[in-house]
Design a protein around this ligand. Structure first.
Ligand code: FHN
Length: 423
């Protein structure tokens, strides 16, 4: 398989589901009755909980409601194409059966290999299964990075941790669960480049087609992982992904109610996809194994919208960079077609106007119903300005995001602003 073929599922996917799940779902943002600084999955470090105390959560972890097939049927309905589960997050606790460490789900009353169950259910739903693995931070291991309240940093032997825990556990993930779409590393901090390269080589040796995200470090990964919750201002013409929270936490929190709305998510999805990237949106299941109700509701609304308008997201490439901001929404672009996403009905009356875009329009219509729309394309010489006006129904048929398709011949031409003072 050449590199384009390896990358194809990723660049075609556009939308993925991140799942942060682990022992931290039990305290859920509170320790000893007090709210701890977020994010919830960092509670052990942020509250400096002694390992001996945090370990007691192992005896309590018993998510009796967990059903991998229910989760993955939901994921499918959300419209995501890949799912990435925290097989081991920074606290060091593995959600799978590991010979390399008994700090795992197999030591809990639950005693079920969650990675195995999810891998199977994910594939049964036709989704790509991926795993997150915290390679540098491991707050349970004296030789790893991160836990300086239980362990003395000076005696740390990082290479020992790397050779005796990271590599064996990565081997387990990449040999015991069939094809893994991607391994998602995180917080490489100052890990030496030689070890990062050794880890990448290890992954390639075990599963050559498994992708590696950007946070393996030093640009060694297969694509760029953007900063959490950040969408670049400009398009980026290489594979990339923005990991995003749905509230202010990755892990489940009982005290965070600041959920993004379905419209917020669609707006971000349009922005990410129009700039050539993927959105990896997070879900933090609770300690019993349920998706939080509000998160499920928002994801489901997005999924229902994608079911009708998916073409404007999945079958797209980088969209033209317009001269002016589109206050009414955003733009995505497919082959010989532009999709106008009307996200803010207050910014359109009975028409959407795009300035300084020259487009040879063949047909304009609503994506959802096929209703043909009138377009007026004018060049005003005195203003030296192109105006493309598309008449839209009032009220708009989809208050979340009404999508208009502009089928066109040839390439769109954007007229950027020119200074009258330039020579
Ligand atoms: O520290 C982690 C955090 O808990 C979460 O996993 C995110 C996801 O991108 N990554 C780290 C912070 O960048």
């Amino acid at each position: 398989m050449n590199n384009n073929q390896r990358m194809k599922w990723f660049t075609d996917s556009k939308f993925g589901l991140f799942i942060h799940w682990g022992l931290y779902a039990l305290p859920a943002g509170q320790w000893l009755g007090k709210k701890v600084e977020y994010p919830a999955e960092w509670i052990m470090k942020n509250a400096k909980i002694p390992l001996a105390e945090y370990r007691k959560l192992v005896e309590q972890f018993n998510p009796i409601d967990f059903d991998a097939y229910v989760w993955m049927r939901k994921a499918k309905a959300y419209g995501v194409k890949y799912v990435c589960l925290t097989a081991k997050h920074h606290d060091g606790f593995a959600l799978y059966d590991s010979d390399a460490s008994d700090y795992s789900v197999m030591s809990t009353p639950f005693r079920r290999d969650i990675v195995r169950e999810l891998a199977e259910a994910c594939k049964a739903e036709g989704l790509i299964f991926c795993v997150y693995y915290s390679q540098m931070q491991d707050w349970e291991d004296a030789n790893a990075d991160g836990n300086d309240w239980d362990f003395d940093r000076k005696t740390k032997n990082f290479v020992k941790y790397f050779q005796t825990k990271v590599k064996p556990q990565v081997r387990e993930l990449l040999t015991n669960y069939g094809d893994i779409g991607m391994i998602w590393f995180d917080t490489p901090y100052d890990m030496p480049k030689t070890l990062c390269q050794e880890l990448a080589d290890w992954v390639h040796q075990l599963q050559p087609d498994c992708l590696i995200n950007g946070r393996i470090g030093y640009g060694i990964g297969d694509y760029r992982t953007m900063s959490d919750n950040n969408i670049p201002v400009l398009a980026f013409d290489e594979p990339w992904e923005t990991p995003m929270t749905l509230n202010n936490n990755w892990g489940f929190s009982k005290v965070d109610f600041e959920w993004k709305s379905a419209k917020d998510v669609i707006r971000m999805l349009v922005s990410v996809v129009g700039k050539g990237g993927n959105l990896l949106l997070n879900m933090g299941p609770d300690a019993l194994g349920n998706f939080p109700e509000k998160a499920d509701e928002v994801f489901s609304q997005v999924g229902a919208w994608l079911k009708k308008n998916g073409e404007s997201i999945y079958q797209t490439n980088i969209a033209p960079d317009l001269t002016y901001q589109t206050r009414w929404g955003g733009l995505t672009a497919g082959k010989d077609r532009l999709y106008l996403h009307i996200l803010d009905g207050r910014e359109v009356d009975d028409e959407v106007v795009i300035y300084d875009l020259e487009l040879n329009i063949k047909k304009a219509y609503l994506l959802e119903t096929g209703q043909v729309l009138e377009t007026i394309h004018l060049y005003e010489p005195a203003r030296d300005e192109f105006r493309l006006r598309v008449k839209v129904p009032n009220p708009l048929p989809d208050l979340l995001d009404t999508v208009i398709v502009l089928e066109h011949d040839g390439d769109p031409v954007v007229h950027s602003l020119e200074s009258k003072f330039s020579e």
